[in-house]
Design a protein. Structure first.
Length: 469
């Protein structure tokens, strides 16, 4: 693909995914007052832990085959019928394995009352939906991928209103709305988009399946390690501090999730461009360097803005009983910025099919996070968990920043990165300590971050527009 088209395609795909995904996902945040009004902090904690337990089982029961379906479908030399057939076979085999796991979960007191089956249903619905959506996205159906995201969110919101307001189902209703939305959209994609026609037992090959599994299997522990990094602290907070504090912490994470949403939209478009638009080494290096400069600029600007308005977000989105959740947001936002940068660095491993490198680096991150959680949470409570999460992502980013240069050498703009990190860290300290005129200093720091990072974004957009003429 010509150089001038690379940036235009990336920007176009990001815009399509942004319109289709961000707008719909943003609606969920307007339901936070509903969630926090219908669920006590203890109930919100339990619902969150049910969902997070399901997220742990998702890569295990699917053996991360959904990621392999995306990567192998992108490869134009592969038989797409074989890719989709293999993916479906693995997903349905995982669903069968989930039956005894559901029985075991129901035997755990915390998940008694049928929550074990709810977790398995969550896993099966999510895996099937993700498989279909990943295939369509890799096949270049970007607009359709964005539209199905809108419908998924719409069904989730509708079912939440029915289950929480109408039927008062509390924890079960909160989780079941996600399960049914995933299943409805997954089935619609499979039959409505004709994916069922592409299933071919004749195309299935054990040798090809082994090739896909060789890519996906290392991603299982990788995903589990990231799950441990993101979620293990919630189990520890619930143990050391109780469900009420953990409910506040889980609610606080909803604001950093906005950053994850923004970065996720871009990363979905970026993965497609990074794999399909590979040029010579010099062009590839320049492409990665330019995109990373703009990406880190957006992440730090968004992080600075959300940090400054942490209290306001808590007032607007949460019930009064959740107000103190804002205290965990600044550090979690800083952690989320580096989580996004870590994900970007992982795109190098995706391009080069170096899934083992993702495994090793995520293992280090999980170990760092676990040790720091055990050290910090007993003394600093939930704030200690937030600090541990940030430290973990910072360590993994540094490791990946060095390691990925072996495959694609590109400029990480280290001076700007260091200044951005320093400014955002200072924002967190001022927000939490509230010295005299802290609001003035917050305003100045946000302006400093904007001035530091605005240039590459405007320059990149103008460059794309000029080349597109």
């Amino acid at each position: 693909m010509a150089v001038q088209n690379k940036y235009k395609t990336l920007l176009s795909n990001t815009a399509i995914l942004g319109i289709g995904t961000f707008g719909s996902k943003l609606l969920v945040y307007f339901l936070m007052p509903l969630y926090t009004a219908c669920l006590t902090s203890a109930q919100f904690s339990r619902a969150d832990l049910i969902a997070q337990t399901a997220n742990l089982l998702i890569p295990i029961l699917s053996v991360s085959i959904c990621d392999a379906v995306f990567r192998f479908t992108l490869d134009r030399t592969q038989n797409r019928a074989a890719v989709l057939t293999t993916g479906c076979f693995v997903i349905f085999a995982g669903a069968a394995v989930g039956i005894p796991i559901g029985l075991l979960l129901n035997a755990i007191p915390y998940f008694s009352g049928g929550y074990g089956w709810l977790i398995i249903a969550y896993v099966v619905a999510s895996n099937f939906h993700t498989l279909c959506a990943n295939y369509l996205r890799a096949a270049g159906k970007t607009k359709l991928f964005a539209i199905q995201g809108i419908f998924t969110t719409g069904f989730t919101i509708l079912l939440n209103l029915i289950f929480l307001l109408g039927l008062h189902m509390t924890v079960t209703g909160y989780v079941l709305s996600v399960v049914l939305a995933d299943m409805i959209v997954g089935v619609a994609l499979f039959f409505g988009c004709g994916l069922w026609k592409k299933i071919s037992f004749a195309a299935f090959s054990p040798a090809f399946a082994r090739n896909m599994l060789a890519y996906s299997l290392p991603l299982i522990p990788t995903t589990i390690f990231w799950w441990a990094t993101n979620v293990s602290d919630r189990y520890m907070i619930a143990y050391f501090c109780g469900d009420a504090i953990n409910g506040l912490y889980a609610a606080a994470f909803k604001i950093p999730t906005l950053l994850i949403l923004v970065s996720g939209i871009f990363i979905e478009a970026w993965h497609f461009s990074a794999v399909t638009d590979r040029g010579d080494l010099h062009q590839q290096s320049r492409f990665f360097s330019t995109v990373f400069d703009s990406f880190q600029a957006v992440m730090f600007m968004a992080g600075a803005g959300l940090t400054a308005f942490a209290k306001l977000c808590s007032v607007l989105l949460f019930d009064d009983s959740y107000y103190d959740a804002w205290r965990y947001m600044p550090v979690l936002l800083l952690a989320t910025v580096f989580s996004s940068l870590v994900t970007f660095m992982g795109s190098v491993y995706l391009v080069e099919k170096k899934s083992l490198n993702s495994f090793y680096t995520s293992l280090i991150g999980a170990l760092v996070n676990l040790v720091l959680n055990l050290l910090f949470i007993p003394f600093w409570g939930a704030q200690g968990a937030a600090i541990a999460t940030f430290a973990c992502y910072l360590v993994v980013f540094i490791i990946r920043a060095v390691n990925t240069q072996r495959y694609i050498r590109f400029d990480l703009h280290p001076k700007k990165l260091a200044v951005n990190t320093g400014l955002l860290t200072l924002q967190c300290v001022l927000m939490l300590t509230e010295p005299p005129l802290w609001w003035l200093w917050q305003t100045l720091l946000v302006l400093a971050v904007l001035l530091l990072n605005a240039k590459p974004i405007f320059r990149g957009i103008l460059q794309v527009l000029r080349r597109g003429r």
